[in-house]
Design a protein around this ligand. Structure first.
Ligand SMILES: Nc1ncnc2c1ncn2[C@@H]1O[C@H](COP(=O)(O)OP(=O)(O)OP(=O)(O)O)[C@@H](O)[C@H]1O
Ligand SMILES: [Mg+2]
Length: 213
C-alpha cells in the first residue's frame, strides 16, 4: 500500500467509527456530512472522492456523494457522469423523485451531480433542503456533500442542517487568520465539526493527515 492509500485507509476507518456511533443514535436514518474549507482549492473534492471510495469499500453502506459546490462543480468529471439533472434541479423544482441519482462503478456508491439549474450564489432555501435531507437520509446510510468553501458562499443551510462538518485545510498555504475568519460563520455549530483533514502536508509527496479535533 503506498503512502496516500495507507493514509486514506486510516482516515476512512477513523471517520467511519465516529459516524457509526452517530448512526446508532439516528434511529434508522442516514447521517449527512458536509465537507468544506476556508478558501477555494484546499482539496475538498480530492478528499471527498478518495474518502468515499474507501468508506464504500470498507463498510458496504449505501453511500451518496453530492456535488454541492454549485459555483465550481467537479464531481461529475471525477466519476465520468454527465452533470445534468442534479442537486440544483431538485432544489429549484422540489421533485426529488425525478432527479437522477447516478450509479458509479462502485456498487454501493451513488452520485448526485450539481445539475443544470445552478447559478453562482444560489441560495439553498431551508424548507427545500430539509425535504431533500429527509428524502436522501431515508434511502442512504451516509450522505457526503462536496461543498463550496466558506469564503465563497458563507455557511448555507446545507451546512447548518447536515449532521456533521468535515474541514479540509491546505496546510501549506491557508493562513490561520483566514481559517479563523471562515470559521466564525460556524461558531454556533462548532460542535458539529467532526474532524479536520490537514491536506497537502508535503510539497512533492501528496499526503493527507487526519486528526480529530
Ligand atoms: N492531497 C493531494 N494530493 C495531490 N493533489 C491534490 C491533493 N489535494 C488536492 N489536490 C489537487 O489540488 C487541486 C485542487 O483540489 P480540489 O479540486 O480537490 O480542491 P477543492 O477544495 O475541491 O476546490 P474548490 O474550492 O474549487 O471546489 C486539484 O488539482 C487536486 O487534484
Ligand atoms: Mg471542489
Amino acid at each position: 500500500m503506498n503512502n496516500i492509500n495507507a493514509i486514506s485507509h486510516k482516515l476512512a476507518i477513523s471517520l467511519l467509527s465516529k459516524l457509526q456511533r452517530d448512526m446508532e443514535l439516528a434511529s434508522g436514518r442516514g447521517i449527512s456530512v458536509y465537507i468544506t474549507s476556508a478558501v477555494r482549492g484546499e482539496g475538498k473534492t480530492f478528499v471527498a472522492e478518495t474518502l468515499v471510495r474507501y468508506i464504500a469499500a470498507l463498510s458496504g453502506y449505501q453511500i451518496l456523494l453530492v456535488d454541492a459546490n454549485l459555483e465550481d462543480p467537479k464531481l461529475h468529471k471525477y466519476f465520468h457522469v454527465d452533470r445534468e439533472n442534479g442537486l440544483s434541479n431538485g432544489i429549484r423544482g422540489g421533485n426529488w423523485e425525478q432527479i437522477q441519482f447516478k450509479k458509479t462503478e462502485i456498487e454501493n456508491l451513488t452520485i448526485l451531480t450539481a445539475g443544470s439549474d445552478r447559478h453562482a450564489g444560489l441560495v439553498f432555501p431551508q424548507q427545500q433542503v430539509k425535504q431533500f435531507l429527509d428524502f436522501v437520509t431515508k434511502r442512504f446510510d451516509l450522505v457526503f456533500f462536496d461543498g463550496a468553501s466558506l469564503s465563497t458562499t458563507g455557511a448555507n443551510s446545507l451546512v447548518y442542517l447536515s449532521n456533521g462538518i468535515l474541514l479540509v485545510l491546505d496546510s501549506q498555504s491557508t493562513k490561520r487568520e483566514v481559517l479563523y475568519d471562515a470559521l466564525s460563520d460556524l461558531l454556533s455549530d462548532a460542535d458539529k465539526i467532526i474532524g479536520v483533514v490537514l491536506n497537502k502536508k508535503l510539497h512533492y509527496i501528496p499526503r493527507i493527515i487526519y486528526r480529530y479535533l
